[in-house]
Design a protein. Sequence first.
Length: 136
Amino acid sequence: MNKRMSIILVLAVLIGSILTACGGGGAPALVTYSQLPVFTGATESTNDTLNGMLDGLLTQLKADSTIKTTEGKAYDVPAGTTWEAIKGFYGPALEKAGWTLAKSTDANLGYARGNQAVNVMYVETVGLVVVLTEAK
């Protein structure tokens, strides 16, 4: 449980820092969650731990006064999926759609586009969480 809260806190701070760095004039058209790429072979998760992490993160983000909207989903990925495979999928797909890499850690990618941020978090052996956030 403590590890779960740590992951949620780190992701919330990461999203906040990305949103602080983006924004400003001439923002591109907003992207809806359904327009984001979905990792090949990923399916919406029924894993209670992963969905609990996502729910906790979304609750924290919705309470943040600098965030206008947030949406996310948890995904199960095929057995044997690596972080390198996830980065190799999301990096080119998001960059092609006009997103800019803002932060990268051992298991999290943060991209910015206008006043929106996309965060892709891989929880090894558990699954994938993708969150789209719009700053006020």
